[in-house]
Design a binder for this molecule. Sequence first.
Ligand code: NAG
Ligand code: NAG
Ligand code: NAG
Ligand code: NAG
Ligand code: NAG
Ligand code: NAG
Ligand code: NAG
Length: 431
Amino acid sequence: MLILSLALVLSPIIEAVASTTTFQPLGIPFLNPVVTAPGFSAQVLFSNLTTPRGITFDGAGNLLVVERGLGVTAFTEARNGTGWERTIVISNPNFTQGIQVDGNNLYVSTAGQVLLYDYNAQQKSITGNPTTIIDDIPPDGDLTTHTLQLQKQGGTTNILIASGPFTNIDPTARDPSSGRSQIRSLNLDSPQAIPQSYFDGELIAFGIRNPAGFAFSTTSPSKILYVVENGASIDNTTGLTEMFVNDNPADELEKVFLDLPPKTYGFPDCTTLWNPFADPIGDPQFTKLPRGAQFSLLLEPGRGNKFCNNKTNNEPPILSFQAHSVPLDIKFYEPQSNVSVNGFPLKFKDDAFVSFHGSFNRVPPTGYGVIHIPFGDNGPSSSNYTFIVQVANLNPCPGQCIRPVGLAFGKDGRLFVSSDSSGELFVVERV
Ligand SMILES: *[C@@H]1O[C@H](CO)[C@@H](O)[C@H](O)[C@H]1NC(C)=O
Ligand SMILES: *[C@@H]1O[C@H](CO)[C@@H](O)[C@H](O)[C@H]1NC(C)=O
Ligand SMILES: *[C@@H]1O[C@H](CO)[C@@H](O)[C@H](O)[C@H]1NC(C)=O
Ligand SMILES: *[C@@H]1O[C@H](CO)[C@@H](O)[C@H](O)[C@H]1NC(C)=O
Ligand SMILES: *[C@@H]1O[C@H](CO)[C@@H](O)[C@H](O)[C@H]1NC(C)=O
Ligand SMILES: *[C@@H]1O[C@H](CO)[C@@H](O)[C@H](O)[C@H]1NC(C)=O
Ligand SMILES: *[C@@H]1O[C@H](CO)[C@@H](O)[C@H](O)[C@H]1NC(C)=O
């Protein structure tokens, strides 16, 4: 009894000693300068992070970050207001990208699993070992980041999990039972077994090559999910020239209706035209089609352009992004009661913000920023989007340019962004 109570008294102290906190003052410049939309500015909060990917706020207002290869860290503004503190919450090199927090429940994804930690937001610490709550997520292949999104509604809690393709153009993804290039939802309230198998989850959408980021509509949260998708690299597709694939296919924004049977969004057979005139001499067959047109990669006879323009086989995107942008996260702006003078303006309410990780093989480079998409009740209000922040000079990218991944709005209405290869965490705010 005595030993037990001693252990209870001592354990928080031991954890506090074990955690490592460091401080970075404001005013450290970006490794490569950025530009912002008129009326906004961006500043670095922390540098030299280990591949920061998914980010989310906990209930105490700390910003939690998956540092891939390191674990989960928490970021808090210092009391004296001169900079930010970084605390290592979990050391585990296996986390990939997904992170969600709900009270004391902290969910993170690895290549094959979802882990649940008992988390204390006040102390920025965990207790005990994690529980593997979901297993069997396809752990191999090209993209194993597995974005997570909690869905809480009417007393039930579900978790949505993304899965990517086995290969760049993955024929196995046609069959939803492959587990590839899709989103599934698992109920967390009364599982029949722990861990649950990913394959026992409800299929939400498939044929989405890499559903890297998704968020519920702010105006219709229980019915509509918006998903950003990275198009395949079609460099080696027969009949397409180098000039054409430099500007095609488009990356995509998909609209998923949760109250309808799951649809396929066309991967691997069908893709989206960005620039019809990318190579009018080498690939003249596209010049009569509009941006956003669906076309076939002609992987199989019987899956040609006619197949791709039938919505049963291929639900088209509601918005096209420039080819090679590599969208990785989407967040909607829902102003809270306490938006600060630096918060985003109220006229941006319900608008979407998408991180563009940026191209790796386009000449010249594109992306390397965060875009703003004005939204109406039924989706984007035009096909236009604009950068709210972007690297000032694209020519040296990737280099040390920002490569935005995770997005999160603070209660104060500012937008926080992780940038993986530059190792930076930064904030975009109104000036
Ligand atoms: C980041 O690391 C580099 C190399 O170790 C160092 O020169 C630089 O001062 C660090 N930046 C900050 C803000 O600590
Ligand atoms: C502000 O607080 C941090 C610790 O949170 C400390 O490292 C730093 O030196 C302080 N700066 C000033 C100017 O007091
Ligand atoms: C990371 O994964 C490896 C391989 O599955 C495992 O051996 C190791 O224990 C894991 N690390 C942690 C901290 O859980
Ligand atoms: C295209 O083919 C080249 C040469 O075989 C190869 O190096 C490259 O990885 C391929 N690209 C894709 C996206 O498959
Ligand atoms: C679309 O495809 C479905 C399934 O193959 C087929 O039943 C339907 O007739 C097609 N619609 C048109 C307009 O071709
Ligand atoms: C509102 O924000 C201000 C400044 O950011 C802060 O001092 C205050 O405590 C916040 N109030 C509430 C109710 O969160
Ligand atoms: C897109 O934005 C540009 C520049 O702001 C503007 O000139 C153009 O009219 C817009 N197009 C549409 C379809 O809204």
